[in-house]
Design a binder for this molecule. Structure first.
Ligand code: PLP
Length: 296
């Protein structure tokens, strides 16, 4: 039985005091023992950020893009900037400590800490991934749901934090339950001005002929590390790639569609709002083989 690994950071940010002056940068602790106080703002307000990083073959995939996005999210929430060297070191230490299983993932969490204390809380958690072979092979049924924001939200209403990877995922989880209640597996959010955004935990990629298209990253969605990796892979195959506004009609008309994310990787969309759509098994397999074989 593979045990999870948990490392608590002593000083998640150089802009704040350490939790224990003079102590090591991080400490490996028992994941089953309490580590975070009930007064931590990450717990009481969802006031913090995270990253989920795939680990395969003993390597964290897209590590630097994940760390860069972690820093962007911190900036958007006006959190103390994460000390990326300390976080990278802790991530590599977690991988060293964890059993070498085919697919696992790391979650990095940075919270604002206890109100008034000024020291953020940070940890790195690692465990084996769930088994996503079925979603990758057979595809997922998605519904489209209105997110209630226009594509201008990130530019015009930055306090809504759309485009940051915050701990406030209650809405994303609620959307997942709405999908389940409607007999589907996942969701693609649509903006109030009628464009596809992203899933609750994934980006949308569409194929039109030999062209892959994903929504622009400045419309209130996460800039996906998986989507970026897929675009680089597709360009290597000679395909074109583009960031463009796309609509639910485009989703139905596309030759293929995927929800793509770290850990689950590329899940082909096999139905939209109850209407079946074609899968591109060959390209799906090629993309997932590529994603699973990445070593950085
Ligand atoms: N969009 C949202 C809302 C997500 O939560 C995630 C991943 O968790 C993604 C997109 C995909 O990002 P990545 O491919 O970097 O995992």
């Amino acid at each position: 039985m593979t045990s999870p690994v948990l490392l608590m950071l002593n000083r998640p940010s150089r802009e704040a005091e350490p939790h224990e002056p003079g102590a090591a940068a991080f400490t490996s602790v028992a994941p089953s023992a309490a580590q975070v106080t009930v007064r931590d703002l990450g717990v009481t307000r969802g006031d913090g950020i995270f990253e989920s990083i795939s680990v395969a073959g003993g390597r964290a995939q897209a590590l630097e893009p994940h760390l860069a996005r972690f820093a962007v999210s911190a900036r958007m929430l006006q959190l103390p900037a994460p000390d990326l060297d300390a976080w990278r070191e802790a991530i590599l230490a977690a991988i060293d400590e964890h059993d070498d299983v085919p697919e696992s993932y790391i979650k990095t969490v940075l919270t604002r800490g206890v109100e008034g204390d000024g020291r953020p809380t940070g940890w790195v958690y690692m465990e084996p991934s769930a088994d996503f072979r079925r979603a990758r092979a057979e595809g997922i049924r998605v519904i489209t749901l209105n997110r209630g924001y226009a594509t201008t939200v990130e530019r015009e209403l930055p306090w809504l934090l759309q485009g940051a990877k915050t701990l406030s995922y209650a809405v994303n989880r609620s959307a997942g339950r709405e999908a389940a209640a409607r007999g589907a597996d996942d969701v693609i959010f649509v903006s109030t001005d009628g464009y596809l955004l992203e899933g609750p935990t994934a980006n949308v990629v569409l194929r039109f002929g030999d062209r892959l298209v994903t929504p622009p990253t400045d419309i209130g969605i996460l800039a996906g590390t998986t989507q970026a990796g897929i675009f680089a892979f597709a360009e290597g195959l000679g395909m074109d790639t583009a960031y463009e506004l796309v609509t639910p009609d485009d989703l139905r008309a596309a030759d293929a569609a995927w929800l793509v994310s770290s850990v689950r990787h590329a899940a082909p969309v096999r139905s939209v709002d109850g209407e079946d759509r074609a899968l591109d098994r060959e390209l799906t397999d090629a993309i997932n083989t590529f994603l699973l074989s990445r070593r950085d």
